[in-house]
Design a protein around this ligand. Structure first.
Ligand SMILES: [Fe+2]
Ligand SMILES: [Fe+2]
Length: 177
């Protein structure tokens, strides 16, 4: 199998950056929740941040395995404050939709380049994005319900307790799933 093409490797390096930015964004959200007394939400976002780092590593390892050069690009500073828990989770959902678009563009590029190995690797991400969007949509609905119900703040704290139970995935960062 020929080494990965330069154009494809560049696009995958960009995706590594996008996944690491996702990790950075979600860690910033976790810090925000820690600062606003919602430790369960903070836990949920922290686990999410770890998963995004694994996504980045999966692509990074792939580029190297294909004989490409993994080039680390600059990661932007994420936002620092959000107005409400609902605003945070809505941003998670819209961010995941944006990432899905990036993955689909990579699939199109790989198909155009007739790069079957990359096409195959990206299928994992296509499936993963379906799950990521479903999870984000679910949490938006739950926070919306908590915010609109009569119990108000009480419902939010019950949800916080539930989100605190999401376990971290242990093991090497490179394992990816
Ligand atoms: Fe991701
Ligand atoms: Fe994600």
């Amino acid at each position: 199998m020929a080494a990965i093409g330069e154009k494809m490797a560049r696009a995958l390096n960009e995706q590594v950056r996008a996944e690491l930015y996702s990790s950075y964004l979600y860690l910033a959200m976790s810090a925000h929740f820690s600062a606003t007394n919602l430790p369960g939400f903070a836990n949920w976002m922290r686990v999410q941040a770890q998963e995004e780092l694994m996504h980045g590593m999966k692509i990074y390892d792939f580029v190297i395995a294909r004989g490409g050069r993994a080039e680390l690009l600059a990661i932007e500073k994420p936002p620092f404050e959000w107005a409400s828990p609902l605003q945070v989770v809505e941003e998670v959902y819209s961010h995941e939709k944006k990432v899905t678009g990036l993955i689909h563009a990579l699939v199109d590029l790989a198909a155009g380049e007739k790069d079957h190995a990359t096409t195959n690797m990206l299928q994992w991400f296509v499936d993963e994005q379906v799950e990521e969007e479903a999870n984000a949509r679910e949490i938006v609905e739950k926070v919306r319900m908590a915010a609109s119900g009569d119990e108000g703040i009480g419902a939010l704290y019950i949800l916080d307790r539930d989100l605190g139970m999401r376990p971290a995935k242990l093991g090497p960062v490179a394992s990816g799933d």
